[in-house]
Design a binder for this molecule. Structure first.
Ligand code: ADP
Ligand code: MG
Length: 345
């Protein structure tokens, strides 16, 4: 779950846009940064209680990391994986909620989103120094172990079991979204009215900018280096989450292998989409849906998001066409003229 450090530059970039457009001298603000959840998290909070609120939020992120990291030996996720085919593992409400939500998105996407992609994620090891192309036999083994229906939930005891040995879950596509929502909730409880939450590109805003205007969220250009954007979304009280083939990848013989896996082929999803962005109220939905729609592809992905109230999307295809949901007309603008705007489908 290691993120490339290049992500750092995007964060600096987004932050600098925000600071130039929103800093108001008289309002105290605190910015803190940490390496958690396999990525760089950065919180900027305004107001008198900012310092205390940021510290509380960081503790919460660290606690969720301890519970959901697939690489920490004592995490709840690791315990579930170690007990695959053997025993139920009692987990926290946090982990239970995220896994339950994951299964909803698996059902909704007919398995395109599937946290039991764990064994394949481990084989590919994308984003780590062990990244490689698994053999066809390994891919076959990994595919045989993907089945969200094998994640058994016991609501009464808040316990979870994987049905078969060697099955493994990976919450990398949804944990950051859940955490971002929890951070927002915590900050609001602490009396914060204005904040910008960035968990490795999962953006959540609290309130409007200090001057009352909307936030401008720059959306990474999937074909350019970090920090270059192709469009801007104007939002208030929203989550903005992107998934893309530029996020974590390696290149072998001129071909790019990225970290979002097609659960039908076992290989990185390759259906014409190169970036998806979801704008929603809750970041857990945004995170799950950015990955889900990336795997589903343009037509099915668009159909899915159009069917969910309050969720908007921006999709980019290989040939630089940009598709948005109908509700986004006024709040998303293409800023790079190389991209062609196509109407929502
Ligand atoms: P990021 O973590 O870079 O923000 P995503 O939210 O799209 O990007 O999540 C990608 C991560 O999700 C992968 O690194 C892997 O851990 C996991 N994953 C990959 N493919 C799938 C899939 N089809 N369904 C669920 N999780 C996936
Ligand atoms: Mg995601």
């Amino acid at each position: 779950m290691k993120k490339k450090y290049t992500l750092f530059f995007t964060i600096i970039f987004i932050s600098s846009i925000l600071f130039t457009s929103c800093a108001k001298k008289e309002e105290p603000s605190v910015t803190k940064e940490n390496y958690l959840l396999g990525t760089i998290v950065q919180l900027t909070v305004y107001g008198k209680n900012a310092e205390k609120a940021v510290n509380k939020a960081m503790d919460i992120i660290s606690d969720i990391d301890d519970k959901m990291s697939p690489s920490k030996e004592n995490s709840e996720v690791s315990k579930i994986n170690k007990n695959a085919g053997k025993a139920f593992v009692k987990v926290s409400d946090d982990t239970f909620t995220v896994i339950k939500k994951s299964l909803e998105y698996s059902k909704l996407s007919n398995g395109a989103f599937d946290i039991t992609v764990g064994p394949l994620v481990n084989m590919w090891a994308i984003g780590t120094d062990k990244a490689r192309i698994p053999s066809p036999q390994e891919i076959k083994t990994g595919l045989n172990l993907i089945n969200y229906k094998d994640v058994i939930l016991d609501e009464n005891t808040k316990s979870i079991k994987l049905r078969k040995p060697n099955e493994a879950i990976d919450l990398g596509a949804i944990a950051k979204g859940y955490t971002a929502d929890k951070v927002k909730e915590t900050l609001i409880k602490e009396g914060v009215k204005t904040a910008f939450i960035n968990l490795g590109g999962n953006i959540v805003t609290v309130g409007n900018k200090l001057d009352g205007s909307l936030w401008n969220i720059a959306i990474q250009d999937p074909l350019k280096i970090r920090g270059e954007y192709f469009g801007i979304a104007k939002v208030s009280h929203k989550s903005v989450v992107s998934s893309g083939n530029y996020e974590r990848y390696f290149i072998k013989n001129g071909k790019r292998y990225h970290h979002i896996l097609d659960t039908k082929t076992g290989y990185p999803s390759d259906n014409g989409l190169i970036a998806t962005t979801i704008i929603s109220d809750n970041s857990i939905d945004g995170d799950a849906l950015s990955t889900t729609t990336y795997v589903l592809g343009l037509d099915k992905g668009m159909k899915l998001v159009e069917s969910i109230k309050g969720v908007e999307a921006v999709f980019v295809t290989k040939d630089k066409k940009v598709y948005t949901t109908s509700g986004l007309k006024d709040s998303f603008k293409i800023t790079n003229e190389e991209y062609i705007y196509e109407k929502g489908r």
